[in-house]
Ligand binder design. Structure first.
Ligand code: PAF
Length: 275
């Protein structure tokens, strides 16, 4: 695997022949990321992974500073996964001057759900992903479905800017007890880690109820939030939405997803399940 820390280096090394897949990450790689790398290989002749902890998508007071940086271990995993190129720029390389031009996703997509609780987050994500697309010029790019709203924003950005890039969503990878793998799971204490799979169980209950024909959306969401609260969580939302645009479903809509974000101690976890 070739490692590049400059844009010029990646561009010079990126071969011109064949299909190129891009898998953007912020590092601290787990099996969920590695599954995306493997999936990328099936879609392309060359796989480029990126590691960049993007300050623009963190708000003041969030975990930008303490976000786990595990570069050596990440490189070993990427080599084992058969990745061809790793682009791991410094902040000065990505943002040599303030990024005054940014990609502003529409409020109805970016200010709901996670965007309501993390204002500006999806602007930061869309801006860095747009930059990575311009730098790597992939034919296909892969993102995990665990960040469901992020995936929707990126799909719509690509569509509205007519970018010639296929966007592929990778299934969420879970621990045996159901907890979705996430770099932030590392923040959990042993007791919190034992409690954390409740988020998946609560979402599973909502999915089962909807599949059984219960369309009392608000009641289901409230019951899920109450169960989390009763077990010491501080939920931001549990929301049943349409998969396509994450807007509120009407009574007869199909193609639904239930999404949740909740804080356990000081750790904010997100998860979702398609119905
Ligand atoms: O999902 C992530 O790790 C990040 O949001 C991404 C897509 C790499 C952009 O910084």
């Amino acid at each position: 695997m070739q490692i590049h820390d400059t844009i010029a280096g990646l561009r010079a090394a990126r071969g011109k022949a064949g299909r190129v897949a891009l898998v953007p990450t912020m590092g601290n790689l787990h099996e969920g990321h590695i599954a995306l790398m493997t999936q990328a290989r099936a879609h392309a002749d060359q796989v480029i992974a990126t590691i960049f902890v993007n300050r623009l998508q963190f708000r003041p007071g969030e975990d930008f500073e303490k976000y786990p940086r595990t570069f050596e271990a990440d490189c070993e995993r990427l080599v084992a996964a058969g990745v061809d190129h790793l682009f791991a720029p410094t902040e000065a390389e990505m943002y040599p001057q303030p990024q005054t031009y940014q990609v502003e996703p529409p409020p109805e997509q970016a200010n709901i759900l996670d965007g309501e609780f993390r204002p500006g987050h999806f602007r930061g994500v869309a801006t860095v992903v747009m930059k990575l697309f311009q730098i790597a010029r992939p034919d296909v790019a892969l993102f995990g479905k665990k960040d469901y709203q992020q995936l929707m924003v990126i799909r719509n950005m690509v569509s509205e800017f007519n970018l010639p890039i296929e966007i592929v969503g990778g299934e969420t990878v879970r621990a045996a007890d159901g907890l979705a793998l996430s770099s932030r799971n590392g923040y959990l204490s042993a007791a919190e880690r034992a409690e954390a799979p409740r988020l998946y169980r609560v979402l599973t209950k909502v999915v089962e109820a909807v599949r059984a024909g219960d369309r009392g959306r608000a009641v289901l969401e409230q019951a899920a939030m109450a169960e989390l609260q009763a077990s010491g969580w501080a939920p931001d939302y549990v929301a049943l939405r349409k998969k396509l645009d994450l807007q509120l479903p009407s009574a007869h809509d199909s193609g639904l997803v239930v999404l949740a974000a909740a804080r356990l101690g000081s750790t904010r976890l997100i998860d979702n399940l398609e119905v």
